[in-house]
Write a protein of this length. Structure first.
Length: 73
């Protein structure tokens, strides 16, 4: 189906590598996670609405974790 991609072993390993690298860059340099992951999901031919929704979901978790860190400190 258009907008879906097949989850093969290679795709899963590539997404895992991109996830760790993107998380390191995002956390280490302060770049928004959606800035890294949205173009990656577009490269996999994911539907744009799903890719942007995933970016918003990632951003939500980043904001929640930052809020908890501020509350703890």
């Amino acid at each position: 189906m258009k907008g879906d991609f097949e989850m093969t072993f290679t795709t899963i390993m590539l997404l895992t590598l991109i996830g760790f690298t993107g998380g390191f860059i995002s956390g280490g340099f302060g770049v928004g996670a959606a800035l890294i992951f949205n173009p990656t999901l577009f490269q996999f031919n994911l539907h744009p609405a799903v890719a942007s929704g995933t970016g918003m979901f990632i951003t939500m978790f980043g904001a929640i974790s930052s809020t908890f860190i501020i509350i703890i400190f």
